[in-house]
Ligand binder design. Structure first.
Ligand code: MN
Length: 202
């Protein structure tokens, strides 16, 4: 499972992170499913504490070093940088596996999807230190799921996994199933079902 950032909102409490630990991370751990993520612009002290406690056990903060999943898939990531100020000079992407597929995970607005803008990250700059090309780029932060083909590479805003957006027409409670076969990556939208009513508001 890959999360594209903003796991906890700024006001997430210790109790809420405890529930997340029990209901999400412990279940993933029991099922043997690692949780990879990049940090978004929203965070809380309690949320960060939980992510730090689980780091390297259930939870893995993606970096430019790359994390191998399965035999030949590599996940790269960079945490959110305010105003799109990615520290280009300090970002060195490890060499990708020769035959593998590599996926880049960000939490920014991107020039390739949102057009030019001072805060929008230009992916052509992030490619430079990378020996090879990414096969798929996903980014959080923007709540409207959008996709483009950039030099043959799919670039996607995923939309949000929860109904929390203040946008007019967000894509939310959504996840994407990426399938890697024979050197290509296909994707499929998964609309996350509403949780069963607990009788709240009755
Ligand atoms: Mn965000």
């Amino acid at each position: 499972m890959v999360h594209v950032g903003d796991i906890f909102h700024d006001n997430a409490t210790h109790l809420q992170t405890l529930l997340t630990r029990q209901q999400v991370f412990e279940r993933l751990n029991e099922a043997g499913i690692p949780f990879y993520y990049v940090r978004g612009n929203h965070e809380s002290k309690a949320g960060n504490k939980l992510l730090d406690e689980l780091e390297g056990i259930t939870v893995f903060n993606l970096s430019t070093t790359g994390t191998t999943v399965g035999t030949d898939i590599q996940l790269f990531g960079a945490d959110h940088q305010p105003e799109g100020n990615i520290p280009w000079d300090n970002l060195t992407f490890s060499k990708t596996a020769d035959n593998g597929e590599s996926i880049l995970v960000l939490h920014q607005t991107l020039q390739q999807l949102s057009g030019e803008g001072t805060k929008n990250v230009d992916l052509s700059r992030i490619q430079r230190p990378f020996d090879g090309t990414f096969d798929f780029v996903v980014s959080g932060h923007h709540h409207d799921a959008t996709m483009t083909n950039w030099n043959g590479i799919p670039v996607m805003y995923t939309g949000a996994a929860e109904r929390m957006s203040t946008n007019k027409d967000p894509t939310d409670r959504v996840a994407w199933l990426l399938t890697v076969t024979d050197g290509s990556i296909s994707y499929e939208q998964y609309d996350i079902p509403q949780p069963e009513s607990k009788g709240v508001g009755r």
